[in-house]
Design a protein around this ligand. Structure first.
Ligand SMILES: O=C(O)[C@@H](CO)OP(=O)(O)O
Length: 315
C-alpha cells in the first residue's frame, strides 16, 4: 500500500504540511529532533487539498499564532523550581488546558509546536480536544528512520483530518541548574529574596549552573525564527505550547520588548495568547490578563468569517 504523502499547502487551513521523511538535527540537550518542512523543499510538487474552511491567501494573508503556557504542573503546585524536569499536570492543570482549549476552539490551527516536556504536550493535546475543527493532533516522530517509517500514515484522508504536532527541546523551559527541585520560598529564605528574584527574572544573570533568560531566548527565538515563522509566512495557523520563560523570550521578540521590559512580563498557566502574523509583522490580539472569549480576543475580519463558518458547520 502507498503511504500518504504529507503535503505543504499554500493556503491557511489545508493539510498538515509535514515532510514525514524530514532530516533531523541534534544538540547539547541530549536526544532531540527538529523538523524541516515540505514547504521549504517541495512546494513545486504540491497540489491543493480542499477543506470546507478557508481563509483567503493572497498578499494580505494573515496567520494566527496561539501561544500557551502549560497548565499547572505538580511542581508548580508544590512551588518547586522545575526548569527542564519533566513533570506532568495537576488536575487543575488539566482543567486549565481544557478551558484554554474552549477559548481557542474557534481559532484555526494547522500545526502545533510543543516543547519536549510532557506538561506542554499534555496542555496542547487537552486543549485540542475542545477545538471545533475536530482534527486530531498527532505527534510526529522522526527520531530515527524506524520511527519515521513505523509512524507513517497510509491514508491521505486521515492525514487531512490530522494536525501535526512537532516537539522541540528548544522550546523547553529555561534550564534552572542547581535550583531544579528546590522550593522557591525556601530558596528565597536561604539566599535572600532579591538574589532569587534576580535569578528568576533578570535578563542576563543565570541561576547557579543554569540558563539566564538571555541564554534560553537564544535557542527558543532561533527555533521560532527557523521553524515556526516560515510556517506562518506560508499561511499556516500555528499553536505553540511551551513554558513561562521560553514563551517570555519569544514574546520579547514578537512584541519587541527591551531586556528591561521583559523582566516584568509574567504569564499565567493555561492562558492562551493570540497573535496575528500579517505582512511580516506580529500583532498581539489577546491580553494575558482576564481571558474571556468576548473580552480578550480582538477578532480580525478573517477570524470572524472563520468563526462563522465553524458555527454554520456545527450541528
Ligand atoms: O520553575 C520554573 O521552571 C519556572 C516556571 O514555573 O519558574 P519561574 O517562574 O520562577 O521562572
Amino acid at each position: 500500500m502507498m503511504a500518504a504523502t504529507f503535503k505543504c499547502q499554500p493556503t491557511g487551513l489545508h493539510g498538515s504540511g509535514i515532510d514525514a521523511a524530514a532530516p533531523r538535527s541534534s544538540g547539547n540537550f541530549g536526544r532531540f529532533y527538529s523538523m524541516r518542512f515540505a514547504c521549504n523543499t517541495r512546494c513545486n510538487t504540491l497540489r491543493h487539498v480542499h477543506t470546507p474552511l478557508s481563509i483567503s491567501h493572497d498578499s494580505s494573508t494573515e496567520s494566527s499564532l496561539i501561544l500557551i503556557r502549560h497548565g499547572e504542573s505538580l511542581w508548580n503546585e508544590k512551588n518547586l523550581f522545575t526548569g527542564c524536569c519533566d513533570v506532568p499536570l495537576t488536575q487543575r492543570g488539566v482543567e486549565e488546558a481544557i478551558e484554554a482549549g474552549k477559548r481557542i476552539s474557534f481559532i484555526p490551527v494547522d500545526m502545533i509546536f510543543t516543547s519536549a516536556l510532557i506538561r506542554a504536550q499534555m496542555t496542547a493535546m487537552l486543549a485540542m480536544t475542545q477545538h471545533l475543527q475536530k482534527k486530531i493532533p498527532i505527534i510526529i516522530h522522526n527520531e530515527n528512520e524506524e520511527a519515521t517509517t513505523w509512524t507513517r500514515v497510509y491514508s491521505e484522508k486521515t492525514t487531512k483530518q490530522s494536525i501535526p504536532v512537532i516537539t522541540a527541546w528548544e522550546l523547553n523551559e529555561r534550564m534552572y541548574g542547581e535550583l531544579q527541585g528546590l522550593n522557591k520560598q525556601e530558596t528565597a529564605e536561604r539566599y535572600g529574596k532579591e538574589k532569587v528574584h534576580e535569578w528568576r527574572r533578570s535578563f542576563d544573570i543565570p541561576p547557579p549552573k543554569g540558563e539566564s533568560l538571555e541564554m534560553c531566548s537564544k535557542r527558543a527565538v532561533s527555533y521560532f525564527k527557523d521553524f515556526i515563522e516560515p510556517q506562518l509566512k506560508s499561511g499556516k495557523h500555528v499553536m505553540v505550547a511551551a513554558h513561562g520563560n521560553s514563551l517570555r523570550s519569544i514574546m520579547m521578540y514578537l512584541d519587541r520588548l527591551t531586556s528591561q521590559e521583559v523582566t516584568t512580563l509574567e504569564l499565567s498557566t493555561g492562558v492562551p495568547l493570540l497573535y496575528i502574523y500579517k505582512e511580516g509583522k506580529y500583532m498581539s490580539r489577546g491580553s494575558p490578563v482576564g481571558p474571556t472569549e468576548a473580552g480578550v480576543y480582538a477578532y480580525t475580519q478573517s477570524l470572524a468569517v472563520y468563526r462563522q463558518q465553524l458555527d454554520e458547520m456545527s450541528p
